[in-house]
Design a protein around this ligand. Structure first.
Ligand SMILES: [Zn+2]
Length: 79
């Protein structure tokens, strides 16, 4: 697999829950901004989807966030 995703977990950090860096294919998850393990898993999923969409240039960053938001709610409606 070319340029696999690397996920780093930080105990303290920024105000964000997670950040995906397209240039380095790295996601950082800030644990202190989560309420539960399930919450952390959702953020990891969010950043993994960013990684999967990294080469899809047909949508901008705001559209990408909206797509991921819709995917999360769609997953809940399926189960
Ligand atoms: Zn995002």
């Amino acid at each position: 697999m070319d340029n696999p995703l690397s996920v780093d977990l930080k105990v303290f950090g920024k105000d964000e829950r997670g950040i995906y860096y397209q240039e380095t294919h790295r996601a950082i998850i800030y644990l202190n901004n989560h309420e539960s393990l399930d919450d952390i898993c959702h953020t990891i999923t969010h950043e993994v989807i960013h990684h999967c969409l990294r080469d899809y240039e047909e949508i901008d960053e705001i559209q990408e966030e909206s797509l991921i938001f819709s995917m999360a709610w769609a997953e809940i409606s399926i189960f």
